[in-house]
Design a protein around this ligand. Structure first.
Ligand SMILES: [Zn+2]
Ligand SMILES: [Zn+2]
Length: 164
């Protein structure tokens, strides 16, 4: 959304509050976004400059990297910037540009949200994962595979020969 900062520029108010929904980003890194992002916050006049503070709640779905269980979670992100009308360096990420009395919050906010997602998620810190042999979810108990003695096939052949 473009936020109009004219009320502050013209001295009508010192604070502009906003609260809106933002379409979620495309899926990436096994993360899925099926619900809108909630963005709320305010722009404040700090006598000579303006600051913007925003909080974004991003619902997402992914799978546990160890046991593949589906996870539905909400990522909370805090975003703050100083607003600037003129910039010597356009690449400066610490400022949000005011263009024609408006600020584009969505583009930099989405960029920052995407950058702050992790690459892997676990259903819990100590998720035991799946048994590599039978695929059993080890969080639900032991499948017994780890206790079964594996006989080396070469030794099995040797044992057969010795049996004769
Ligand atoms: Zn897990
Ligand atoms: Zn197993």
């Amino acid at each position: 959304m473009f936020i109009d900062v004219k009320p502050i520029l013209s001295g009508l108010t010192d604070t502009i509050e906003f609260d809106y929904k933002l379409p979620p980003p495309e899926s990436f890194n096994g993360l899925e976004f099926s619900e809108e992002i909630t963005v709320r916050g305010k722009i404040k006049n700090m006598a000579g400059y303006m600051t913007l503070e925003a909080f974004a709640s991003v619902p997402y779905k992914t799978a546990c990297a160890r046991c593949t269980k589906e996870l539905s979670r909400v990522f909370e992100h805090e975003f703050s910037r100083t607003l600037a009308t003129k910039l010597q360096n356009d690449e400066n990420d610490e400022y949000l540009m005011i263009t024609e009395s408006r600020v584009d919050l969505d583009t930099p906010l989405l960029e920052e949200i995407v950058m702050n997602f992790d690459f892997v998620y676990y259903c819990k810190e100590d998720c035991k994962g799946l048994c590599p042999k039978c695929g059993h979810d080890l969080n639900e108990g032991d499948c017994g595979c780890a206790n079964k003695k594996e006989i080396d096939p070469r030794l099995a052949i040797l044992a057969k020969l010795l049996d004769k």
